[in-house]
Design a protein around this ligand. Structure first.
Ligand code: SAM
Length: 285
């Protein structure tokens, strides 16, 4: 049973961090002439209305993308590039729609680059398949995204990026991303693997990053980078998402400095309390 719908969360602080990282990785990979493959294991619907009933329920975009959307000229260049893509997804200039990871990819990938998108929810899969219908070198699958590792790696393009963005509503997702990272690096040790995770007061969440680091230490050819953006506090019972993080195995060497340029501003604009902060750490192989 798939209860999670990303439409409720589209454009929130977690999407901002995730899609900033995704944009930087894809831009870097596109600098070489040779095509690459992007595997999006939990792709969602591709795009979301922020005016619709789902997004309006908690208006999460209002404390996310809406805090950056209007003054793109004042943002550091990497952030301006990402916000520019969100603006391009809104042709009349008003923030009405938010692009999901496949839409970001659709903007940045060249026709020769391959896109493999997996989405299990039948409605979101149908919307995504229609959205990407005309894109060359693209396949949209309704199969389990974790099975994509075996099916897609090593990739015929050799260079590959992998985005893993599961809902984590089922606790087994934590163990699954860890074993998927290990399997991906075993099959192709230089795969640029991006894993999003929620920052929660939950053992599985707090242990995940240490485990990802240990796996990347053992097998990633080009080290790892970890970035976390904390925007709020858990409630008095310890519930609620405080922020989120991205763990990247084999990151572009440019990513650390690009994120360092953006994170202070993200804390300032997206922080919802005085203790908002970021973590940015990396280890070369
Ligand atoms: N990556 C998307 C983006 O950045 O726009 C958002 C993805 S959302 C956080 C997670 C998605 O994974 C949901 O649409 C959900 O239906 C889907 N999903 C859940 N379990 C899955 C699985 N095992 N394989 C593929 N998709 C799955």
């Amino acid at each position: 049973m798939l209860a999670y719908r990303h439409a409720f969360h589209a454009g929130n602080h977690a999407d901002v961090l995730k899609h900033l990282v995704l944009t930087r990785v894809l831009r870097y990979m596109g600098e070489k002439d040779k095509p690459y493959t992007l595997i999006d294991t939990h792709a969602g619907a591709g795009g979301y209305s922020v005016e619709g009933r789902y997004a309006q329920k908690n208006a999460e975009y209002a404390t996310g993308i809406a805090k950056l959307y209007d003054d793109v000229d004042e943002l550091p260049a990497p952030l301006a590039d990402y916000v520019g893509l969100v603006r391009a997804f809104n042709p009349d200039g008003q923030l009405r729609q938010y692009p999901g990871s496949p839409a970001i990819a659709n903007f940045v990938l060249r026709d020769t680059d391959r896109l493999r998108a997996y989405e299990l929810h039948p409605t979101d899969h149908r919307i995504l398949a229609t959205y990407l219908e005309a894109r060359p070198n693209t396949q949209v699958s309704d199969r389990d995204g974790f099975a994509a590792i075996k099916a897609e790696l090593p990739s015929p393009t050799r260079r590959a990026a992998l985005l893993m963005d599961p809902p984590y509503e089922i606790k087994t997702d934590y163990a699954k991303v860890l074993s998927a990272l290990r399997e991906a690096l075993e099959r192709a040790a230089d795969t640029v693997t991006m894993i999003w995770y929620p920052q929660l007061q939950l053992l599985e969440s707090t242990q995940l990053v240490q485990r990802l680091k240990a796996s990347a230490d053992a097998a990633a050819k080009k080290g790892w980078l970890h970035v976390r953006l904390t925007v709020t506090q858990a409630d008095e019972k310890g519930f609620g998402m405080m922020g989120s993080g991205m763990f990247i195995a084999n990151p572009p060497f440019t990513l650390h400095d690009e994120l360092a340029e953006c994170l202070p501003l993200l804390v300032e604009r997206l922080g919802q309390y005085g203790g908002a902060n970021f973590v940015l750490e990396q280890k070369a192989a």
